[in-house]
Design a protein around this ligand. Structure first.
Ligand code: NDP
Length: 453
């Protein structure tokens, strides 16, 4: 039998790679090496979910000060100290990165702070030129922002750059209508930046429930985002004071910054995967089977690099399932069914299960939906409305989808996700006594479908 330097070599120290490395070493006693070329923690910790969410919190205070006044508090919002906040933000990221590193150390994983590529099905080559053999290689290199090739593309920034701003821009154009574009539009708007957003299609957040998308879009506009749908950039170049942009609606204007949030591509360029026989898809994603195994039996891949469901908790589950399968003799498929998620716009959109549109294609459904002004914001004189929506199978009574647009919808949808995962029916929701007074009691008190399809 051939001796390998490692039982497992992981390329990429993000959510999926770190989980797999740590569990394989700590729980399965594997000899594990992990290479990371940038910072431990990956997109989620260093330039994604975590700093983004802290910015969501920071930007939410603008409304909170106004509301506090409506509730009788004598407060005046001073200016926002971006540099003060940025310093604390980066200190927090350093702290988290250290925790990741320490946990890998404690588990006995050997860390290489450098780039690694695949040299053959059982060998990795580090940037230093060193090579190591491994019985299994796990590719967990994540993704990176994609910017379309167009005039002026060198002018644009991506979400990665926002966390490094030396000062907040006065004005920004955000291009895209997905998670990242909408979240940053709300964050920067809340922090006092004048935000214009262009989306090429008819409505933002394609793939989410239509009614929920419309609701989020309306509230974003009410809160001050200059959202233009059916609009795209046709020309762009550097100009005095920023970037000059010409758009499909004939408008021309200079923005301080132009941010493209037009999707993310898997990080596979130059990794040596195809040369080693690993099949890649059209976007460069690593093609894997249900167990995250690639077309080369000794090479597996998890997380965004596989472009399945590009969310941190999914990558973590994929990493854990890989270890169960390969190191614990317990073949386990990561579960991609009924994954709840949230878009951290203001207000948030929480979603689990099927949209009304997808469910109606599948089978006859009843739709329960309620849109109302929540007590807290109503009292503060706000016009914001909350949306609660359930999609129910006519045949089985099962709740097929739940969509919430409200403050804290991310927190609420987590619990709705448990119910849906258990196969809850509308009757189960109905026999659950309401918690009063809350917004979410509406989820258990909607008596009559607003329509059927
Ligand atoms: P998305 O795929 O969600 O959105 C990309 C957007 O860019 C779409 O609106 C798309 O339009 C538009 N677009 C694509 N190409 C072009 C182009 N050439 N010109 C103009 N517009 C274009 O990607 P994001 O970058 O927003 O996010 C990537 C992924 O990261 C998400 O899908 C999600 O999985 C994950 N994520 C999750 C978060 C969370 O859980 N809260 C937060 C942030 C990211 P169209 O719809 O027409 O294709």
């Amino acid at each position: 039998m051939m001796d390998f330097d490692f039982d497992l070599f992981v390329i990429g120290g993000g959510s999926g790679g770190v989980r797999a490395a740590r569990v394989a070493a700590a729980e399965a006693g594997a000899k594990v090496g992990l290479a990371e070329e940038y910072r431990m923690g990956g997109t989620c910790v260093i330039r994604g979910c975590v700093p983004k969410k802290l910015m969501v919190f920071a930007s939410g205070y603008a409304d909170a000060f106004e509301d506090a006044r409506a509730y009788g508090w004598d407060v005046t919002a001073g200016g926002f100290d971006w540099l003060g906040f940025r310093g604390k933000l980066h200190a927090e990221l350093d702290r988290l990165e250290n925790i990741y590193r320490t946990n890998l150390d404690k588990a006995g994983v050997q860390i290489f702070d450098t780039r690694a590529v695949v040299a053959d099905p059982h060998t990795v080559r580090l940037a230093s030129g060193e090579t190591f053999t491994a019985k299994h290689i796990l590719v967990a290199t994540g993704g990176a922002p994609f910017v379309p090739d167009m005039p002026g593309a060198d002018q644009v920034i991506t979400s990665n750059d926002v966390f490094q701003f030396d000062a907040l821009p006065k004005s920004i154009l955000i291009v895209g209508g997905g998670f990242i574009a909408c979240e940053f539009a709300c964050i920067l708007n809340g922090l006092g930046v004048e935000v214009t957003q262009y989306y090429r299609g008819a409505q933002i957040l394609r793939g989410f429930d239509d009614e929920a998308r419309g609701h989020v879009a309306e509230l974003m506009i009410e809160k001050g985002v200059n959202l233009h749908v059916g609009t795209d950039v046709i020309d762009m170049k550097a100009a005095d004071g920023g970037t000059w942009v010409k758009s499909t609606d004939g408008k021309e204007r200079v923005y301080d910054k132009v941010l493209y949030a037009t999707g993310r591509n898997p990080n596979t360029a130059g990794l040596g995967l195809e040369e080693a026989g690993v099949k890649l898809g059209r976007k460069g994603e690593v093609m894997v089977d249900d167990y995250s195994q690639t077309s080369v039996p000794s090479i597996y891949a998890v997380g965004d690099v596989t472009d399945r469901i590009n969310l941190t908790p999914v990558a973590i589950r994929e990493g854990a399932a890989f270890v169960e399968t390969v190191f614990k003799g317990n073949p386990t498929k990561p579960d991609h069914e009924l994954v709840a998620s949230a878009v951290f716009t203001q207000p948030e959109l929480g979603t689990v299960g099927l949209t009304e549109e997808a469910a109606a294609e599948q089978e006859p459904i009843d739709v329960y939906c309620s849109s109302f002004r929540a007590m807290q914001s109503l009292f503060a004189g706000r016009d914001d409305r909350v949306l609660m929506k359930l999609i129910v199978s006519k045949a089985s009574g099962k709740v097929l989808g739940c969509h919430i647009v409200a403050d804290h919808a991310g927190e609420l949808i987590q619990l709705a996700g448990v119910a849906l995962k258990m196969g809850a029916t509308k009757e189960d929701f109905d026999r659950t006594v309401a918690v009063h007074p809350t917004m979410s009691e509406e989820l258990v008190t909607m008596k009559t479908p607003i329509r059927s399809a």
